[in-house]
Design a protein around this ligand. Structure first.
Ligand code: 4NP
Length: 156
């Protein structure tokens, strides 16, 4: 199974979610069976590592995301991945609007897909402070645990 996390810039929320998901999956019986990537609906930060606050926050929770590099969403993602896990409703709208005719991927909200509640968005921490990044980590890590349980229950 292939999962792609999508946010706006691909330097805060989606690389944090990618790191949390990879760590939780590799520590589970699903290790080696689920591929994770992330991207942004915008391309302003293409090629850049995650925001230093996102790197520091993840590191504080034992996950190294410093090697990730931002990239924009591309048409081939809609057939290369099974599920496009969006951080907020605007990301989901943009992802659905840009879907090519041959798209096979399912587009959802990450938190909703993880069972955290209908319409639940991950707030953008870019203009926020340390606490906002910690809040994002809490959300994406709880979602990552829930995704592992979901895939173990329903099969990848
Ligand atoms: P992200 O946060 O979507 O969680 O990566 C943002 C990063 C950069 C910008 C906006 C949001 N930006 O406008 O550059």
């Amino acid at each position: 199974m292939k999962l792609l996390v999508v946010c706006l810039g691909n330097i805060c929320r989606s690389p944090m979610a990618e790191g949390a998901l990879r760590a939780r999956i590799e520590a589970s019986p699903l290790a080696g069976r689920v591929q994770i990537d992330s991207c942004g609906t915008g391309d302003w930060h293409e090629g850049e590592p995650p925001d230093r606050r996102a790197i520091a926050c993840a590191r504080g929770h034992g996950v190294d995301i410093s090697g990730l590099r931002a990239r924009p969403l591309q048409a081939s993602d809609y057939t290369a991945f099974d599920v496009l896990l969006c951080a907020d409703l605007q990301n989901l709208k943009d992802v659905r609007r840009r879907a090519p005719a041959d798209s096979t991927a399912k587009s959802v909200l990450l938190m909703e897909w993880a069972g955290a509640g209908a319409g639940m968005a991950i707030p953008d921490p870019y203009t926020g402070d340390h606490d906002h990044f910690e809040e994002v980590w809490r959300m994406v890590d709880s979602a990552a645990q829930a995704v592992v349980e979901k895939l173990l229950r329903e099969g990848p």
